[in-house]
Write a protein that binds this ligand. Structure first.
Ligand code: PHE
Length: 450
């Protein structure tokens, strides 16, 4: 009885884990980085990384979490066959969440602000849309702070309610709604003139726009979008019941995440190309270009705008709570802090970091909060997604590949995966993941030049 209260149901886990995976990464980030990196080839590298690297790690994280029913640090410690004291530190990858969540909830705040804009008055053209967005970003930090605070309150409240009553319930309501809204928008975009051009853009490689630096963006994004490499999936899986088929469930979630990113891409680029706009617009794509196009579309555009920003908010919030949970679980299990206290404590740190990130985008404080080439907001994004999550992913792969009890892994995975795929999976964890990611990283730092 007690367990049912603190563990996900089978379906609950699927909703929660896909709620984590499907987020701003799919709807806000994927389309604009695909746009900046030339579409087709980028999408190809992204898909390859998801299926050869991301999925292996995803399965490994679920396996780890489900076997200990504990926080990430304890999970590494309990499962390590040797070097327990050192492996424990890999569990601290859960703190990458501080970096991610502080910029992530700011973006959720922008989205809440845009729901209001969609309901009241959309900007009439791209020029005005740019003024509206830049004004929010660079000058009006009071209202940014206001919406950021609301986002934080929703996230914190849900996590304090716990696995079942908070996280599972929240996802079970929001995820189906998100899927319905996106399906409606997809149907609509098929009828637009820009539809075929959007397919061409996403699926036909344009070599000219692709640089080797696009590879690191694609690899980093594959981690980000699946929520792997920072103990989020591991932590969710630690609250899962034993009946869940690790492999089938993981594949379903990875597929769902990928399909939703592609669908979001198709929707956004169809709208974009119909109006003749350019794809490579950066982070402002959904906040500047789209709202202006929505306005041009008249009443249909108004409805679309509201639906679009609501779906973005849903996607973002379900991911945000998953980023907070590992830290709360860690405090609960290792430091014996109550859930409510743990959540509040973590969110105070997050809130302060968030304020710095938020101010680093403003004209007034931007200069003093910029270090080298990036301001704090961009550093948080870059360090977490492109550096730390891939490193966290290597840790998971090497751990399951070399440091976990072989027998236990075989017993759990072999019967449901079959010998052939088991061998590929193991090979991927032991060799492909560590080598591929190390090469990508060395290339990025400049030690190696592909
Ligand atoms: N996967 C989420 C997205 O695509 C972001 C996320 C990253 C969630 C890391 C959890 C952990 O938006």
């Amino acid at each position: 009885m007690e367990k049912n209260k603190i563990r996900f149901s089978k379906l609950g886990f699927i909703f929660a884990a896909s709620g984590s995976a499907v987020g701003l990464g799919n709807i806000w980030k994927f389309p604009y980085i695909a746009g900046e990196n030339g579409g087709g080839i980028f999408v190809l590298v992204y898909l390859l990384t998801i299926f050869f690297i991301g999925m292996s790690i995803f399965i490994a994280e679920v396996l780890m979490g489900r076997n200990t029913h504990s926080d990430a640090v304890s999970t590494y410690e309990i499962l390590a066959t040797k070097g327990k004291k050192i492996w424990k530190f890999a569990g601290f990858s859960l703190f990458i969440g501080l970096l991610i969540l502080s910029f992530y909830s700011i973006v959720i705040g922008w989205i809440l602000n845009y729901i209001v804009i969609a309901l009241t008055n959309l900007p009439v053209n791209v020029k005005e849309a740019e003024i509206v967005f830049m004004d929010m970003l660079k000058i009006d930090y009071a209202s940014q702070l206001f919406y950021f605070t609301i986002a934080m309150i929703i996230i914190v409240y849900t996590v304090t309610r716990g696995i079942k009553k908070g996280i599972e319930r929240f996802n079970k309501i929001l995820m189906p709604m998100l899927i319905i809204i996106l399906s409606l928008m997809l149907f609509y975009s098929v009828s637009l003139d820009g539809f075929s051009k959007s397919l061409e853009f996403l699926f036909f490689p344009n070599i000219e726009k692709f640089h080797t630096s696009s590879i690191i963006v694609a690899v980093g994004h594959a981690f980000f979008t699946l929520s792997v490499g920072m103990a989020v999936i591991m932590t969710y899986a630690s609250s899962v019941s034993r009946e869940v088929n690790i492999v089938k469930t993981s594949i379903a979630i990875v597929l769902m995440d990928t399909i939703i990113a592609i669908v979001a891409g198709i929707i956004i680029f169809s709208i974009l190309f119909t109006s003749g706009a350019e794809p490579g617009k950066g982070p402002g794509l959904v906040f500047i270009t789209l709202p202006a196009i929505f306005y041009e579309m008249g009443v249909a555009g108004n409805v679309l705008a509201i639906l679009f920003f609501i779906s973005l908010a849903f996607a973002g919030l379900t991911s945000a709570i998953s980023i907070l949970e590992p830290m709360v679980m860690y405090l609960e299990k290792r430091w014996r802090v109550t859930r409510v206290k743990g959540t509040i404590l973590t969110s105070i740190v997050l809130y302060v970091m968030g304020i710095f990130a938020l101010l680093s985008n403003t004209t007034k404080f931007g200069k003093s909060l910029t270090f080298g080439s990036k301001n704090i907001f961009d550093w948080f994004d870059f360090l977490s997604a492109s550096v730390m999550m891939p490193l966290g992913g290597i840790a998971v792969a090497v751990f399951v590949g070399y440091f976990m009890d072989k027998e236990l892994i075989r017993k759990e995975i072999l019967p449901i995966m079959g010998g052939f795929f088991y061998t590929i999976w193991m090979f991927s964890l032991r060799f492909i993941v560590p080598i591929a990611i190390t090469l990508v990283m060395l290339n990025e730092i400049g030690i190696l030049k592909i």
